[in-house]
Design a protein around this ligand. Structure first.
Ligand code: HEM
Length: 249
């Protein structure tokens, strides 16, 4: 019997065979290497997105009172388990952010040389990034994760406003609320860093996907979990009013 090797277990040969620059082999090495760097940054981003989406989906599932039909394999009604998944996803958003910062070391002259080979391919087409955005929600749709959290809190006899008001006394629900805000801010931090990266490389030039570039991306700087942020603002005002009333008495 042969023993399993690192190379086989991780399918290293497959993994290292899929970074294929479109710059012709005849181009200077530094151009090919710059495109290789650009490809690695995008591919690793997609890999981490896969993990983040799976973790956030599992976090929502763990909050459900019962397994949904067809789902299974995960303990439901377990807010602590949900928090564990959320913590990992929150940390991974820092990893995604760090990758964008590293991409700032893509020399402009080399980017300009290989960029025509990207043709109309654009990060805006990333199906996983769209899936992440849907999970986190926006001003119109609160998203599956937040809905699962609200339902779990209500099933436990509390409300989102109460969780915000009680703070650490709301136990695991408070921790989940904090983690959701960490994740929402992590998503936003990535978008701001991406806009910064994009505008330092292209200024006001249009994107390969045909958008106006910086202006388009600036218009997409949404912050997920709007209800939670609004409620916290209201609770903040309640606390401030109580504090003032006590001092005036
Ligand atoms: C030099 C590096 C980069 C540049 C110049 C750049 C440029 C752009 C531009 C101009 C857009 C707007 C759409 C278009 O017209 O193409 C865009 C969108 C996007 N890019 Fe990048 N990008 C870079 C790196 C990355 C990386 C590493 C990722 C990670 C996968 C990424 C993911 C995305 C996503 C997800 C969108 C859509 C954002 C949204 O809908 O809000 N980009 N990018």
């Amino acid at each position: 019997m042969t023993t399993l090797t690192y190379r086989d277990y991780l399918r290293i040969d497959n993994l290292l065979s899929i970074q294929v620059p479109r710059t012709p082999d005849t181009a200077r090495t530094e151009v090919v290497l710059a495109e290789h760097f650009f490809i690695v940054a995008h591919q690793t981003c997609e890999l981490w997105l896969k993990q983040i989406i799976a973790d956030l989906g599992a976090a929502a599932e763990a909050l459900a009172p019962e397994p949904a039909p067809g789902e299974g394999g995960l303990e439901t009604g377990d807010a602590e388990l949900s928090a564990e998944f959320l913590e990992r996803a929150s940390d991974l958003l820092f990893v995604l952010h760090a990758q964008l910062v590293a991409l700032e070391k893509l020399p402009l002259r080399l980017f300009a040389e290989f960029r025509p080979y990207l043709d109309t391919a654009s990060g805006a087409e990333s199906a996983q990034f769209k899936a992440l955005s849907r999970l986190l929600g926006d001003d119109i749709d609160p998203g599956r994760l937040y809905e699962a959290f609200r339902t779990a809190a209500e099933s436990a006899g509390t409300s989102m406003a109460e969780v915000c008001r009680l703070g650490s006394r709301a136990g695991v629900f408070h921790r989940i609320a904090e983690l959701l805000l960490d994740i929402g801010n992590g998503y936003w931090r990535w978008k701001v860093a991406h806009l910064g990266l994009m505008s330092r490389s292209l200024g006001q030039q249009a994107g390969t996907g045909g958008s106006s570039g910086a202006t388009y991306l600036a218009g997409r700087l949404t912050m997920p979990f709007g209800e939670l942020r609004r409620l916290r603002g209201e609770v903040h005002d309640e606390f401030a009013a109580n504090f003032q009333a006590q001092n005036a008495a």
